[in-house]
Design a protein. Structure first.
Length: 307
C-alpha cells in the first residue's frame, strides 16, 4: 500500500468574501516529487501556508504524517524543511550565521553536508545578509533546508532569483533526496523544472485542482507535433479528426508539419504510411503544452476541452 505523507481533501480558504481556495484535493506519497503548478495568484502559496499551519483552512481537511496541519503544527514542523519564494533574513547576521540559526531552530547542526552545499552553490557565507541579492537570499534558505534531515521538503518557487547553473544544482539535490525516499512538494511555474523532477503533478486554476497525475497519464490532453515528408501528397490529412495546424513546406515537395491529438496519432500514421514516408520527426507533448491548453481556455471551456 502506498504511504501518503501529505493528504489534502476538498480544502477551502476564504479571506472575507474572497474565496482563495475553492476545492483543493491531492496527496504526496513517500519517496516522490509532487509538482504543484499554476500561475501567480492561482492559490499555490495559500495552500502551502495552510499546510504549514500559518493559515487556518475554512473547510476541508489537510494532514501531514497523518497529523492535522493546524492542531499538530509543532510536531509536524520537526519533520519537515521549507523554502519560500521570498526569503527575508536578519540583516546584521552573516549568511553563515543565518544558516546555522535556521538549522538550530530545527534541532539540526551545521554538517559536512552544509559545507558541501555552500561550495556547490558558490555561496559566500561571510557577508552580512543585508548585502545579499535575492538569489543569494534564496541560497541561504536552500542550503539550510537541503542540509536538514527531514521526511518532507516543501519548496514554494524555490529557484526564484537563481541563475540557470544554480537551478541545475537545486534540481540535482532534489533528485538525490528522492533517491533517499524523501517526499518533496514542489510549487513552481518553471515548467521545465517540474517536468524534469516530478513523478506526478497537480494543476491549480483559480483555487481549484483541475487535473492530477503523471505527465504520461496527461499526455492524452496534449498534442504531438509531426513534421513529415512523403512520396505522395497527404491532402487527406485535414479530413482526420484531431489533426490541427497543417502547414505545407514551400521549399520541399510533399513535406508538411501538423499537430495531432495523442489519441488520434494512429489514424494519422496510417495515412502517412500509405503515402510512403521519406522522413518523419515527432516532437512529444510537454508539460507546457498541457499547461497552456488549460490556461488558454476561458473558464467555461476548460472542462469540456479536458474531456
Amino acid at each position: 500500500m502506498v504511504e501518503k505523507i501529505v493528504e489534502i481533501n476538498h480544502l477551502q480558504k476564504k479571506f472575507g468574501k474572497v474565496q482563495a481556495l475553492e476545492d483543493i484535493t491531492f496527496d504526496v506519497r513517500k519517496g516522490e516529487v509532487f509538482g504543484f503548478i499554476g500561475p501567480n495568484g492561482a492559490g499555490k502559496s495559500t495552500t502551502i501556508r495552510v499546510l504549514l499551519g500559518i493559515l487556518r483552512a475554512s473547510g476541508g481537511s489537510a494532514t501531514i504524517f497523518g497529523q492535522d496541519v493546524w492542531h499538530d503544527a509543532v510536531a509536524i514542523h520537526g519533520r519537515l524543511a521549507y523554502v519560500p519564494g521570498d526569503v527575508y533574513l536578519w540583516p546584521n547576521l552573516t549568511g553563515g550565521e543565518v544558516i546555522d540559526l535556521l538549522l538550530k531552530l530545527n534541532h539540526q547542526k551545521h554538517s559536512a553536508r552544509t559545507d558541501a552545499l555552500i561550495k556547490q552553490f558558490e555561496f559566500d557565507p561571510t557577508k552580512k545578509s543585508r548585502t545579499y541579492s535575492k538569489g543569494n537570499r534564496q541560497k541561504v534558505a536552500l542550503i539550510a533546508a537541503l542540509s536538514t534531515e527531514a521526511d518532507l521538503y516543501i519548496f514554494d518557487e524555490p529557484t526564484s532569483g537563481l541563475d540557470p547553473l544554480n537551478e541545475e544544482i537545486f534540481q540535482q539535490n532534489v533528485l538525490q533526496l528522492k533517491q533517499q525516499r524523501k517526499s518533496i512538494l514542489l510549487s513552481s511555474h518553471i515548467l521545465s523544472e517540474v517536468e524534469r523532477m516530478c513523478d506526478r503533478i497537480g494543476i491549480i486554476r483559480q483555487g481549484k485542482i483541475i487535473e492530477t497525475g503523471s505527465l504520461d497519464e496527461m499526455r492524452h490532453l496534449t498534442r504531438t507535433v509531426i513534421t513529415v515528408q512523403t512520396n505522395e501528397p497527404v491532402s487527406e490529412l485535414d479530413q482526420i479528426d484531431g489533426v490541427h495546424n497543417i502547414k505545407e513546406d514551400s521549399k520541399q515537395t510533399n513535406k508538411v508539419s501538423f499537430s495531432v491529438d495523442s489519441e488520434k496519432i494512429d489514424a494519422a500514421m496510417e495515412l502517412l504510411a500509405a503515402k510512403g514516408i521519406v522522413s518523419l520527426q515527432s516532437t512529444p507533448p510537454t508539460l507546457e503544452d498541457l499547461f497552456l491548453r488549460y490556461y488558454n481556455n476561458d473558464s467555461q471551456g476548460v472542462k469540456s476541452d479536458a474531456q
